[in-house]
Design a protein around this ligand. Structure first.
Ligand SMILES: O=C(O)COP(=O)(O)O
Ligand SMILES: [Mg+2]
Length: 221
């Protein structure tokens, strides 16, 4: 077991959050008398944090709003989103069991997500993942966030992970970029929300099933 510190992305890697994000965006859009966005559109908006998620939904349904208005809509969006209880059924197949298996096997697990810290910490116990992660670093927890490598760097420092002992597991270009920036291998989950074909993410390995991760880590060496 040479890779002992694992950093995970959240949306599109551990949970299928797009339906709740889409429903929350559409409630905000209804309040603004705008048309709704589709689930397929929202999947393309996810991954760069909540400000861009809301901004993209506004751009897709009319004019982008001035910054101070957008800030209010982001706050309203988060109020709605955080009030929707998540359930373990939103985890992709095998996620809970596999994370439990890795933790029991001595791996240190960190979360490196662009979702805001408070929304992430609200979600984790609802998903049944309370206490699974040794550190959780959300998209507003630091002055930088993915694709800035400083985000993953902070997670790896908290996990005590070095280049040789770490890996990043994610679903899109931002996860690939931080892995490259930190010089650690990137494992891509093929089922997430990438904006380019998964084969173009530059991953050391692409997995169809989360449950294949423990064996993949052994392959990686
Ligand atoms: O963009 C977000 O809010 C979350 O995205 P991530 O968990 O895939 O980083
Ligand atoms: Mg993601």
């Amino acid at each position: 077991m040479s890779r002992t510190a694992l950093a995970f992305d959240l949306d599109g890697t551990l949970i299928d959050s797009a339906p709740d994000l889409c429903a929350s965006l559409n409630r905000v859009l209804t309040e603004l008398d705008r048309p709704h966005v589709t689930l397929a559109q929202v999947k393309g908006f996810i991954g760069d944090g909540v400000r861009l998620l809301v901004g993209r939904a506004l751009a897709a349904t009319g004019d982008e709003a001035p910054e101070e208005e957008t800030v209010r809509y982001v706050a309203r969006f988060l109020e709605i989103y955080e009030a929707i209880p998540a359930t373990p059924a939103q985890l992709y197949p095998g996620v809970a069991e596999t994370l439990g298996r890795l933790k029991a096997g001595g791996y240190r697990l960190g979360l490196c997500t662009n979702k805001p810290q408070q929304a992430t910490e609200t979600l984790l116990p609802q998903l049944g993942l309370d206490g699974v992660f040794d550190c959780v670093v959300g998209g507003d927890a630091l002055p930088v966030r993915k694709p800035d490598a400083g985000h993953l760097q902070a997670v790896l420092e908290r996990l005590g992970g070095t280049r040789a002992s770490s890996a990043m597991i994610g679903d899109n270009e931002n996860d690939s970029a931080v892995a490259v920036g930190c010089g650690v291998p990137f494992i891509a989950m093929a089922y997430g929300y990438p904006r380019v074909p998964v084969a173009e993410l530059g991953a050391a390995l692409v997995l169809e099933r989360f449950a294949d991760l423990p064996e993949a880590l052994i392959t990686l060496g």
